[in-house]
Write a protein that binds this ligand. Structure first.
Ligand SMILES: Cc1cc2nc3c(=O)[nH]c(=O)nc-3n(C[C@H](O)[C@H](O)[C@H](O)COP(=O)(O)O)c2cc1C
Length: 452
């Protein structure tokens, strides 16, 4: 079989992920492997796509190899997906799969993003391998890589293939025209609207204009397409040590002084290829200069999304997961699918309310799970990721269970007592009372406060 490995790590041959593909190549001389360093060469493929087109045409199986970057794939792979779509090279009927390495932080959304794009290209998609960065160094990881490959080749012949998500019914393009008259503005809060709105995207421009009109505060628009990005994140980890990006395009300063200072964030984009135009992904990845520090914790977020968002369940998870992990209060998402004007109005009011009341809500699974991965990662990497480590220490993020020594001893005591049959008998029916007692107190106090 002709296997094309699209190595989308910006580190090229120094990528950890591509080592798994090289390992499989070494074990399977019966297959022809071709490697393209698309992550490193994306700029040159932008000006001449021919080498990629030819390689794609010759492939039976396309293996996307990339590191998970900020919930999805690196900017370079997002850009490649755009170039493939724009070129129109026929991939229908070809097999597709993927190998990623990561710390498993939102590897699921990354895999789904690649699957959805390959399904749109008409490819037969086979579930990929999501490995930890260090898996290949262990016998277990090597075995799982070998099993993945055996299963992959078997599935090419017999399936099963990944099933597509429901698609939006075909509809003519919607044009949203702004119609709201401006609400009186206060200067007490500063709201930044970060967008990658294209010059000809009138609908998104209209949504932003109406949002600004409805918002009772002044707001600024930052269009990412105007920022002179020198390139996507290189994954060099230079910023982990110095806090400064190796690029000289001034992005880290721009981020800290123009965006992160705001009291409220609005992200506005048009859906494209299951995320949005890659300029937004470049912005996402370059924020790695903040390391894993939730520096905007508490700042509320709102989204203006143009497109068939209701059919993009993976994007829902990305939107919610990002707010959850960042500790940002998600005010909501207004789209152009239904009552757009009313939704935009209510979203603007919600954002104002969240900023005024400094709303917070408990993190859900996306937030708690994500932060536990970061907590464990930074604790181990503390020697390298010094700024992250200091931040986690000072913000009490190292909440390892073993630190709750009192609670562990309490539970041991209860367990030991409950093992005695006579205590067990006496406790029967009283356990619930003991557990719920403190809650009842809180409710009683609330009633007292209200004078009931
Ligand atoms: C900009 C950036 C973003 C990252 N985002 C994630 C992430 O969202 N989830 C995760 O588990 N790991 C994340 N990582 C870690 C990489 O996925 C991991 O280090 C990977 O193994 C690197 O592979 P490579 O050597 O092939 O580039 C990120 C790393 C960088 C530099």
């Amino acid at each position: 079989m002709n296997i094309l490995v699209l190595n989308a790590s910006p580190k090229g041959k120094n990528s950890a992920t591509v080592q798994t593909a090289l390992y499989l190549q070494a074990l399977h001389p019966e297959h022809t492997f071709t490697f393209l360093p698309v992550g490193q060469r994306i700029k040159s493929y932008e000006s001449d796509f021919t080498p990629v087109r030819q390689a794609l045409e010759q492939a039976d199986l396309v293996l996307f190899c990339y590191p998970v970057y900020t919930f999805i794939a690196p900017y370079q792979l997002h850009r490649l997906m755009e170039l493939i779509a724009a070129d129109g090279v026929d991939l229908s009927g070809k097999f597709a799969s993927q190998i990623t390495t990561s710390k498993h932080f939102y590897d699921v959304t990354a895999h789904r993003y690649v699957e959805e794009n390959c399904l749109d290209f008409g490819m037969k998609v086979i579930r990929g391998l999501s490995a930890d960065m260090e898996d290949l160094l262990q016998e277990k990881g090597q075995r799982e890589a070998r099993m993945f490959f055996d299963q992959l080749i078997f599935s090419c012949a017999h399936g099963p293939f990944v099933t597509p998500s429901p698609k939006a019914p075909h509809h003519p393009p919607r044009l949203y025209q702004p119609s709201l008259s401006p609400a009186p503005k206060s200067r007490e809060k500063d709201v930044v609207i970060v967008t990658n709105c294209a010059k000809d995207d009138q609908s998104l421009q209209g949504m932003i204009a109406d949002f600004q009109a409805a918002l009772p505060y002044e707001s600024r628009v930052v269009n990412l397409r105007d920022f002179p990005f020198a390139g996507g994140c290189l994954g060099c980890f230079g910023c982990a040590i110095t806090g400064q990006c190796v690029y000289q395009d001034g992005f880290d300063r721009f981020l800290r002084e123009t965006i992160q200072t705001a009291d409220g964030f609005v992200y506005a984009f048009t859906i494209s290829q299951h995320y949005t135009h890659s300029s937004f992904k470049c912005f996402d990845d370059r924020q790695f200069c903040n390391g894993h520090r939730t520096v905007t914790h508490g700042t509320p977020i709102a989204y203006l999304i143009r497109g068939d968002y209701q059919y993009e369940s993976n994007l829902h998870m990305i939107v919610e997961g990002r707010s959850e992990v960042g500790g940002n209060y998600l005010c909501g998402v207004a789209t152009d699918e239904g009552n757009t004007k009313e939704d935009i109005q209510s979203l603007a009011q919600n954002l104002a309310f969240a900023m005024e009341k400094k709303l917070t809500r408990p993190a859900n699974f996306y937030g708690v799970g994500g932060m536990k991965i970061f907590r464990d990662l930074i604790y181990i990497m503390q020697g390298l990721m010094k700024a992250d480590h200091q931040f986690y220490k000072s913000h009490g993020i190292y909440d390892f269970p073993q630190k709750q020594k009192k609670r562990i001893w309490q539970m041991r005591l209860v367990g030991a007592l409950m093992a005695i049959p006579s205590v067990q008998k006496k406790a029967r029916g009283k356990m619930t009372d003991a557990i719920i007692g403190p809650y009842r107190k809180v409710v009683a106090q609330a009633k007292e406060q209200k004078g009931e």
